[in-house]
Design a protein around this ligand. Structure first.
Ligand SMILES: Cc1cc2nc3c(=O)[nH]c(=O)nc-3n(C[C@H](O)[C@H](O)[C@H](O)COP(=O)(O)OP(=O)(O)OC[C@H]3O[C@@H](n4cnc5c(N)ncnc54)[C@H](O)[C@@H]3O)c2cc1C
Length: 397
């Protein structure tokens, strides 16, 4: 007599949710993925829509990205009841579970900064959706003189290098267009240095200087006035601009939780850093951008956490290492990675062309990695081993 399968409900069919769903063995689990939209979006490519005008498709139907035995329901979840073990969908239907995995990512919230909605409406952003990324592309094509400001609004956002990737790609494009000598590019950040982690800043800051990019540090965005073209900081400074690309505040998605003390003030879900278990619950996990853990909000993190949770669910021992591996496009075909883990600080890893190639290779393999994570494991393990922070630190410091 076969044993009864465990019911796993995964809320969110993004990077983390699909890697996990596709890793769970069909003979042990009945897996249900719930997503409010029919598509999985490759969000990193918003950068290349915004700064290269790329027309490469960035979405694929979730039903084509799951193994045949994984079930999919297209619906928003409105309530997660951890006490009574069910997820309530928008139509009121309840899905009971043996194990729950929250993989709902993050979302942007313009209401935190007065004036921000109008600025986004005018100039776009590359942290939300395709429409806004295309607006950025129009912005950098229309500015011919004056100041193009990039402003980091909040310290929680997807992909730590992405604000500076935008700055460097905009600089490259404006040079190509022959207008860079008339357009000042400014980067404003609340951090004390352009890149928050000091070793990576030692790589980045000289490149920004060499490319003539101005940096304003200790600039915590308080409000922004699109009509006057001025951004105001909490510290009392004013930054004048002709166009502004703001990296908007990120928060957790709008789902009610019972109990609600598993959420932090921004709506991210509190979790154990080693196992991703939701605070106080053995049968519920949160992976990827949805968690309140102080780790980089990247697809790589979501993928690694999904792998740890899959091992735990199948009865194995696994713990997060805190490994980060964020691709950093520095323009002109150069790339690096922001690499660290729980026991080693960030590596001072200078850019090269091969790293840029790796970033593009990951982009091309993204959906295959989601559907067949087990096929990519040997390559990924070898690659992560070769680029382990302790090894690179011996070379680069
Ligand atoms: C410009 C940019 C560049 C980036 N570059 C990189 C990079 O180079 N490398 C990298 O690793 N990462 C990068 N990232 C970050 C990466 O895209 C995210 O960290 C990753 O997608 C997080 O995966 P996730 O599974 O946590 O969430 P997501 O992939 O965002 O998936 C969340 C899913 O949950 C669903 N959902 C939300 N609310 C509900 C609800 N109520 N009910 C049901 N479903 C819901 C959503 O529809 C979505 O499908 C970048 C991001 C941006 C914006």
């Amino acid at each position: 007599m076969g044993s009864v399968k465990k019911r796993v409900v995964i809320v969110g069919g993004g990077t983390g949710g699909l890697v996990l769903a596709n890793r769970l063995p069909k003979d042990e689990f009945e897996v249900m993925v719930v997503d409010k939209q029919p598509y999985n979006y490759f969000l990193p490519w918003l950068l290349y829509i915004a700064f290269k005008g790329s027309r490469k498709p960035i979405k694929r139907e979730i039903t084509t990205l799951i193994k045949p035995w994984v079930n999919f329901i297209q619906s928003g979840a409105r309530l997660i009841n951890l006490n009574d073990r069910y997820v309530e969908l928008e139509n009121g239907k309840r899905l009971g579970y043996d194990y729950l995995v929250v993989a709902t990512g993050a979302t942007v919230d313009y209401s935190k900064i007065p004036g921000l909605s109008k600025v986004i409406d005018l100039y776009g952003n590359y942290h939300s959706n395709e429409e806004n990324a295309w607006k950025v592309w129009r912005t950098i094509n229309s500015i011919k003189e004056g100041t193009l400001a990039f402003i980091l609004a909040y310290e929680r956002y997807r992909c730590p290098p992405s604000p500076l990737e935008g700055v460097l790609l905009a600089d490259e494009y404006l040079r190509e267009m022959g207008v860079r000598d008339k357009v000042k590019v400014v980067y404003a950040t609340s951090y004390p240095r352009p890149y928050p982690a000091e070793p990576m800043n030692e790589v980045v800051e000289p490149i920004l200087k060499e490319r003539g990019i101005e940096v304003t540090t200790f600039f915590t965005l308080d409000s922004i006035d699109a009509d006057k073209g001025v951004a105001y900081s909490v510290e009392g400074e004013e930054l004048k601009f002709n166009a502004a690309i703001v990296i908007p505040p990120h928060i957790g998605v709008n789902i009610k939780y019972n109990p609600d003390n598993v959420l932090d003030p921004d709506g991210f879900v509190l979790a154990d850093k080693d196992t991703n278990r939701i605070k106080g619950f053995d049968d519920a996990f949160v992976i990827g951008d949805a968690s309140a853990l102080p780790v980089a909000k990247t697809g790589v993190t979501a993928h690694l956490q999904a792998t740890v949770v899959a091992k735990i669910l199948t009865g194995g021992y696994a713990r997060n290492t805190g490994r980060t591996h964020c691709p950093f496009d520095m323009g002109y075909g150069l790339g690096t990675f922001v690499i660290s883990d729980g026991t080693h600080g960030t590596v001072k890893y200078p850019p090269n062309r091969v790293n840029h190639l790796f970033k593009m290779a990951f982009a091309s393999s993204y959906w295959s990695m989601l559907k067949y994570p087990e096929l990519w494991d040997p390559l990924m393990e070898a690659y992560f081993n070769a680029t382990a922070p302790e090894k690179l630190k011996n070379i680069y410091g």
